[in-house]
Ligand binder design. Structure first.
Ligand SMILES: [Zn+2]
Length: 287
């Protein structure tokens, strides 16, 4: 059964490790993440962007697929199904469809409107037992069409949103979605430290986990990051393994064209990436 991300993240924050959010794109992706979590006895969050939701045939399709896998693959570790960077309307769509967690990305609204809409969603999510992630300060990167250097959130604004009763808080600390540019300045630990001092027990979320050096990830966890989003890295691993299979001409040998064979190397590559991240984040054995 899907669970809210609340308990797993509070436990992670108290235990000084982080739970990975791995974005899913299809059945293979979902199965790879769930099996890896089970094999490593780790809690896990499946992230679904609005685009991926549409691609996979809608939120209800995803809920059906994930619930089916939890039962049939005998997944017993805590699993949350989470809307990533949700708009106000899509938060409600996912709540209705049976997601166990949503992110309301109100970072583009003026702070007053972000507060008002977040307040309303806190109430609805509490009533229905879902976890809610809020964002303060936009997180740069590919989303904006250009690669930005990553903004830093205002710690006071973070406190204002945290005090509304959200489950977890994403704040820009110089992180970026997608690949990091060569001249990236790194994470702002000064900002992270200031945010944690004001928001105390609130689990903090680090977006754009792909390509942040391991030592920076570990330091961020010591400063209160309890959820780390990984998306691009699984995509790169999947694409590289699939490319290798095709370039080696394996699809042309025997029944190598069978989709179950074509997608197998990418599936294994996602599993390896997820395992590596779970080890880095310290969530192995924490289910
Ligand atoms: Zn993000």
């Amino acid at each position: 059964m899907l669970v809210s991300a609340k308990d797993m993240l509070n436990k992670a924050k108290a235990g000084h490790y982080a739970v990975g959010q791995f974005n899913i794109n299809n059945l293979e992706w979902t199965k790879a993440v769930l099996l890896t979590a089970q094999e490593n006895n780790s809690p896990v969050i499946l992230g679904v962007s609005e685009g991926a939701g549409k691609y996979m045939g809608g939120y209800k399709t995803i809920v059906g697929m994930v619930n089916g896998m939890l039962e049939e693959l005998k997944i017993t570790v805590p699993v949350a199904l989470h809307l990533d960077h949700g708009s106000y309307d899509h938060c409600y769509k996912c709540i209705d469809a049976g997601f166990s967690s949503v992110m309301f990305d109100g970072s583009h609204y003026p702070i007053e409107e972000n507060v008002e809409k977040t307040k309303e969603l806190v109430k609805v999510c509490n009533e229905k037992g879902l976890s809610l992630e809020a964002e303060v300060g936009s997180i740069g990167g590919e989303e904006d069409g250009v690669i930005g250097m990553g903004e830093c959130a205002d710690p006071q604004e973070c406190k204002a949103i945290a005090d509304l009763g959200v489950t977890m808080l994403a704040a820009g600390i110089g992180n970026i979605h997608g690949k990091y540019p060569e001249n990236w300045a790194g994470l702002s630990f000064e900002t992270l430290d200031a945010i944690q001092k004001l928001t105390k027990d609130m689990p903090l979320v680090l977006h754009g986990g792909t390509g942040i050096p391991a030592d920076m990830i570990k330091k961020a966890i010591t400063l209160g990051v309890a959820k780390i989003n990984v998306n691009t890295e699984c995509q790169l691993a999947f694409a590289a393994a699939t490319r290798k299979y095709i370039e080696e001409g394996k699809d042309l040998q025997g029944k190598g064209f069978d989709p179950r064979k074509v997608l197998a190397p990418g599936f294994e590559a996602i599993k390896a990436t997820v395992k590596e991240k779970m080890e880095l984040f310290g969530s192995v054995g924490q289910a």
